[in-house]
Write a protein that binds this ligand. Structure first.
Ligand code: S3P
Length: 450
């Protein structure tokens, strides 16, 4: 699929209309729900508004669980899963292909470490370049797992399931994927596992394990304690997954650059995921959050963005502690920073080099090709923003990375000439209907799909 973003003579605020936007279900919660649901002995029902909205990454987790013998059925309106319990997995007959999904690979390393069988994880070209060794080492040296990566420290990964022991584990970086992998392994450990991370990362695993009855405690200073009591089966579980706030961030970007107001309903508002909204507010954006409710320990509600009545008037203020909390929003924040007067500094963000692409380099390359002024540092970017900035036209190089593709499609909305993006279906990894929703925000005439 090739997409062309066409320039607008008038402000695209005039050409768009208000329409209900249905965001994709939160990808992070979705992966965890399937895995933790499988660990219960309950029937799990996940209502789905539109099956086409399911992030493609999630299918990697569905297929991985099915290959371990977990019954999962998909229909147009729901996913149903029969929890098999902690000891209910079968040895897979084939290697497990995690496709492009880092979350699947990392979480399954933790899940499979304590099984009574061996398994092998593989992935696509991009995932096969991403680091797996640091997690393997933590699980091996801390909990006594036996996990072997390729020589380069990547997939394929061979996991020889065995009995795990307790440990106190210090994560070298704040990473929700690593933390969640150790938590899942911790469920299988003979003794208590304590995990400490240098900074707070997203906490969906902890919240879900707690709400599903696992013996887990959050201690001071980002430490978590988990014991091997397993996941206490509840009765049947129905879990409505909130809309993905990280996907919403791109529509929010479109609303800001298009000076338009939008309302997003039923969107996930977990405090470890909404830091980017605070950062945008700090630069002058008016945001209102309402109708907040909590289900399964997760907050959700309505977010209103007043892009027509407010604008970004200062550089974005991003601290080191913010980085793990905005890890997936940095691409769109970097784009927005180009339109904020002044210098935005992103530092201590080296983790971005180990995402679906080297995001620091991919961001610098595309920002420059659009005419923005940026300096690439070893651990971040300095963006010299300007509120009169008008990007050039041209083409987007997304490096196979869904978030790089979406971030620069948003930048293209302000471009003087048309902008093209090939293989644009890469956005499906997290947001299959991105172009549909974006058209609703900015007007159909702006987005042309070839
Ligand atoms: C995720 C954690 C984040 C994020 C990724 C999803 C998760 O990575 O970038 O898209 O679901 O746990 P970290 O492991 O760097 O926190």
């Amino acid at each position: 699929m090739n997409v062309e973003v066409r320039p607008s003579d008038a402000s695209y605020a005039e050409q768009s209309r208000t329409a209900p936007l249905s965001l994709p279900p939160d990808k992070s919660i979705f992966h965890r729900l399937l895995i933790i649901g499988a660990l219960t002995r309950s029937k799990l029902t996940i209502p789905i508004t539109l099956i086409e909205d399911i992030p493609v990454d999630v299918y990697a987790t569905i297929l991985a669980l099915q290959s371990l013998g977990v019954p999962i059925e998909l229909s147009r309106s729901m996913i149903e899963l029969e929890g098999v319990g902690m000891e209910g997995f079968h040895a897979p007959t084939h290697q497990i292909n995690c496709s492009n999904s880092g979350t699947t690979a990392r979480l399954f390393m933790g899940l499979l470490a304590g099984q009574s069988f061996s398994s092998r994880l593989t992935g696509d070209e991009s995932l096969s370049k991403r680091p797996m060794k640091r997690l393997a080492e933590i699980l091996n040296s801390g909990l006594g797992a036996k996990i072997e990566t390729s020589e380069k420290g990547t997939l394929p990964v061979l996991i020889e399931g065995r009995e795990l022991h307790g440990a106190t584990v210090d994560l070298p970086v704040a990473s929700a994927q690593m933390k969640s992998a150790v938590l899942l392994a911790g469920l299988y450990s003979k003794d208590v596992v304590r995990i400490r991370e240098p900074l707070q990362s997203r906490d969906h695993s902890e919240l879900m394990l707690m709400s599903f009855g696992a013996d887990i405690e959050i201690e001071a200073d980002h430490a978590i304690r988990i014991t091997a009591n397993g996941v206490v089966p509840l009765q049947n579980i129905t879990y409505n997954i909130p809309g993905d706030i990280s996907s919403a961030a791109f529509l929010i970007g479109a609303a800001i650059l298009g000076r338009r107001n939008i309302t997003l309903k039923n969107v996930g508002l977990n405090p470890t995921r909404i830091r980017f909204l605070e950062i945008l507010k700090g630069s002058g954006l008016e945001v209102e959050i309402s109708q907040v409710k909590e289900e399964w320990n997760e907050k959700k509600g309505t977010v209103e963005i007043f892009g027509a009545e407010s604008h970004l008037s200062k550089p974005l203020a991003i601290s080191a502690a913010d980085i793990p909390l905005i890890i997936d929003e940095i691409p769109i924040l970097a784009v927005l920073a180009s339109f904020c007067p002044g210098q935005t500094e992103i530092s201590r963000a080296k983790e971005l080099r180990a995402k679906e692409s080297d995001r620091l380099s991919a961001l610098a390359t595309n920002l420059r090709s659009f005419g923005a002024i940026v300096e690439e540092k070893e651990d971040g970017l300095t963006i010299f923003g300007d509120d009169t900035f008008i990007p050039h036209g041209g083409s987007i190089e997304h490096f196979g990375d869904h978030r790089i593709a979406m971030a620069f499609v948003i930048m293209a909305l302000r471009a003087r000439e048309r902008v093209t993006i090939s293989d644009a279906s890469v956005v499906s990894i997290s947001y299959p209907n991105f172009f549909r929703d974006l058209s609703l925000v900015v007007g159909k005439n702006r987005i042309h799909i070839a």
